[in-house]
Design a binder for this molecule. Sequence first.
Ligand SMILES: C[S@@+](CC[C@H](N)C(=O)[O-])C[C@H]1O[C@@H](n2cnc3c(N)ncnc32)[C@H](O)[C@@H]1O
Length: 217
Amino acid sequence: MKAWIARLFEHPELLKMGHAQRAEDLNLGLGWVYYGLARTLRPRTVVVIGSYRGFVPLVFGRAIADNGEGGSVLFIDPSLADDFWKDPASVDAHFRGLGADNVCHFLMTTQEFVQSDAYAGLGEVGIVFVDGYHSAEQARFDYEALAPFVPEDGVVLFHDTLRERTSKVYGPGRLYRCDVKRFIAELREDPALQVLDLPWGEGLTLVRRPGEEGSGS
Ligand SMILES: C[S@@+](CC[C@H](N)C(=O)[O-])C[C@H]1O[C@@H](n2cnc3c(N)ncnc32)[C@H](O)[C@@H]1O
């Protein structure tokens, strides 16, 4: 695992984006939470919406591979921040070069994904990771599109939930307000949900809808 993390962190961009990673001690930061959840839940399918350079799909891909039971990460990203995800061959080389041959990229928005054959054929999704366009409205769309596929022992994770801010990630002329936190406040009002904030890095929130007994298997 240490050798793999060292390989990841040879790419300085995989140390960015607020997951509290640290190269000096090969520390995945919140990545340990993503890895640990996927090793514990052992999902066959994880859906990740949005990633700058693939840190989250890579960590989930590694966890699913380590589970040794098959499965894949469906990674939805239309490459709006730059061209990084535009070329299928280089996307494939990026993931395979970092040991992940179980990440399947969809070059599309979540709005387009819900119209796709892949969405029509979706079965149970053990973990959903929401990290695309960080408006409350888009977070709601992503949640409503994927949460119905999450079983009662599954979990939906939202990144960038610590604070509201203005982002220039789509260029200085396309400033936008990141207010996922507002959507989380709404979810917190739903008595059927458990909502837990982890205020590290840019913030992670875990949301689950437990069954009648209140716990997973
Ligand atoms: C720049 S990343 C945010 C960084 C992220 N916190 C990380 O850890 O990598 C946001 C990504 O969301 C994607 N995105 C934007 N709108 C989206 C949408 N409607 N559906 C899916 N992905 C979207 C963008 O293409 C971008 O790559």
